[in-house]
Design a protein around this ligand. Structure first.
Ligand SMILES: O=C(O)c1cc(=O)[nH]c(=O)n1[C@@H]1O[C@H](COP(=O)(O)O)[C@@H](O)[C@H]1O
Length: 234
């Protein structure tokens, strides 16, 4: 897996995806999320892979262990590089996800890396405490989920840049900290609450950054991508 900025392809369908990708003449690391996957199904994965790009399939599974295990068995056959679940599904669910991925990975192929969402980057500490009734600081909750994820044997977590260094200190450098909520300085936050710049992410311990609207919504997406890559140091 490379450490290029991961571009979130939050588009309604294949047509918009390839209009966007055709601006680039290099292999990218892209994220396919719920909107696109639910619209196009697994064929979008095949087509984006054929075009030479690495893929983070972001479906954030969260269900009983057996259901997640079976679903992961199917996703393992798609040949993506990275997949995710919600850590709130618990340790048994995460262990099931890993077992499913291992069982479903074709012989001779590498198992996709598996990470778990801790607290979404659109969540504030106040919201978390009021709505989820978690009696911890936001950092405390994220660190708790990171440790649970590590004990379940997963490869890392999704978190915000604000928690990345503390997770690295707790779980080790090789445990991935994948951080969305990335904005260029002065950029619109939209629905994100825990945001940081690409250079801030590098400095504060992210392993990989996920960038959507700061690139896909830019007037010139290629130059926005170059700018993000330069600040991230790639
Ligand atoms: O798992 C994710 O990718 C994810 C987790 C999270 O906590 N926050 C988050 O924003 N994401 C995803 O990262 C992308 C961020 O997009 P932008 O806010 O447009 O940069 C979206 O596709 C989200 O679904």
């Amino acid at each position: 897996m490379s450490n290029k900025p991961i571009i979130a392809l939050d588009f309604p369908g294949e047509k918009e995806v390839f209009t966007f990708l055709n601006h680039f003449d290099e292999p990218l690391f892209v994220k396919i999320g719920m909107e696109l996957y639910y619209q196009e199904g697994p064929t979008i994965i095949e087509k984006v892979k054929e075009a030479g790009h690495e893929i983070f399939l972001d479906l954030k599974l969260h269900d009983i262990p057996n259901t997640v295990k079976s679903a992961m068995k199917r996703l393992a056959g798609l040949g993506v590089d990275l997949v995710n679940v919600h850590a709130a599904g618990g340790r048994a669910m995460m262990e099931g996800a890993l077992e499913g991925l291992e069982a479903g990975t074709p012989a001779g192929k590498t198992r996709p890396s598996l990470i778990a969402v801790t607290q979404l980057t659109s969540t504030t500490e106040e919201q978390m405490q009021l709505e989820q009734k978690i009696n911890l600081s936001l950092l405390g909750s994220v660190l708790h989920y990171a440790e649970l994820t590590k004990h379940a044997g997963l490869d890392g977590v999704v978190c915000s840049v604000h928690e990345a260094a503390a997770i690295r200190d707790l779980c080790g450098e090789s445990f991935l900290r994948v951080t969305p909520g990335i904005r260029l300085a002065g950029g619109e936050a939209h629905d994100q609450k825990r945001i940081a710049t690409p250079d801030g992410a590098k400095k504060d311990g992210s392993s990989l950054i996920v960038v959507g609207r700061a690139i896909t919504g830019a007037q010139d997406p290629v130059s926005a991508y170059r700018n993000v890559s330069k600040l991230w140091g790639e």
